[in-house]
Design a protein around this ligand. Structure first.
Ligand code: MN
Ligand code: MN
Length: 323
């Protein structure tokens, strides 16, 4: 593996990359370095705990949710190539520059309930083309198939970035000494089959029949129609759960459930499901709601939620066939 820096990698020809898109991705990476630095400081910088308010999703905002959001918004809203931005933490989109060619959507701090226990968190981003020079909410209402790039930064034992520009998936590891992201693997590929699954089983009684059936079969393992045993893993941070799947395959589910029938699912289409689906599909996996491919959904709301079944292709296909 070469020791390409992220900046060098972004100069190469890859998928939808343009010099302008490369600059946007570099700006996101730089904001994530600041987030990483704040997370490393943790309690020493008085950054743990609640910020004392709720976000648009009705969730308690952590101090680091607010700080991470501010880092990204401040850097991107003045970026010459960003026409507008939307954040999981903000009700309305934020206008960018008139001629900005791209829209950036992000979950500034995914899994933020992990903050107070010093566990993994991440930042997820999705980049869409800006189709008009004057941005309105309608301009963001593009299906996931329109994404030109997507990725995440995982603040784990090492800080890593996963990135797709529409031609495969690459991993970068943050080198704290040089303060740069260095390419450490590319051509990430999932196996079509897996023996590992991730689901929040405490919601089991609320699941629909197809998901109940699928999980029952996995739990019965060798004694079921599956004829093999499965393992379960759950980090409660989508970035970490998806990272594990990109590293060694698996299936992740946050399915539709009947706990609150007014909610179509728990995860956000624009900030979580679409960018992760783009990455997973680019690595040879699949992503559906159980009924339709996630990236084909025509959004109607910035904060829309969807059921998510994502990962190794044969498992996702099987669950989908049960619906
Ligand atoms: Mn999240
Ligand atoms: Mn979040």
């Amino acid at each position: 593996m070469s020791n390409l820096t992220l900046a060098q990698y972004l100069q190469q020809k890859n998928g939808n990359l343009t010099p302008e898109l490369a600059q946007v991705i570099e700006t996101i990476a730089n904001s994530c370095k600041k987030i990483d630095h704040a997370i490393q400081k943790g309690a020493l910088a008085d950054l743990l705990g609640s910020a004392g308010n709720e976000n648009v999703q009705g969730e308690t905002q952590k101090k680091l949710d607010v700080l991470s959001n501010d880092f990204l918004i401040d850097a991107l809203k003045v970026h010459p190539h960003v026409g507008g931005l939307a954040s999981e933490e903000l009700d309305e989109f934020t206008p960018g520059q008139q001629d900005g060619k791209y829209l950036v959507l992000f979950d500034p701090l995914d899994g933020s309930s992990n903050i107070d226990i010093n566990m993994c968190v991440g930042t997820i981003f999705s980049i869409l083309p800006a189709k008009n020079s004057i941005t309105q909410t309608q301009d963001f209402m593009q299906a996931g198939t329109e994404q030109v790039a997507a990725g995440y930064v995982l603040y784990g034992p090492s800080t890593m970035m996963a990135l797709t520009c529409g031609e495969g998936v690459a991993f970068f590891t943050f080198d704290p000494e040089s303060q740069t992201f260095i390419l450490t693997s590319d051509a990430i590929q999932l196996d079509a089959d897996t023996q590992e699954f991730a689901i929040n089983a405490s919601n089991q009684r609320h699941w629909e029949q197809p998901v109940k059936r699928y999980i029952d079969e996995l739990l019965a393992g060798k004694t079921s129609v599956r004829g093999k045993d499965f393992n379960m893993r759950w980090v409660a941070c989508m970035v970490a759960d998806i990272h594990r799947i990109l590293c060694r395959s698996g299936i992740f589910m946050y399915p539709y459930d009947l706990k609150d029938p007014s909610k179509a699912g728990r995860l956000r289409l624009m900030y979580e499901a679409n960018p992760m689906s783009f990455l997973i599909e680019q690595a040879g996996g699949s992503a559906t709601t159980g009924r339709v491919r996630i990236m084909d959904i025509q959004p109607n709301d910035l904060h829309q939620r969807v059921p998510v079944i994502i990962g190794s292709k044969n498992e996702v296909d099987l669950v989908t066939s049960y619906h």
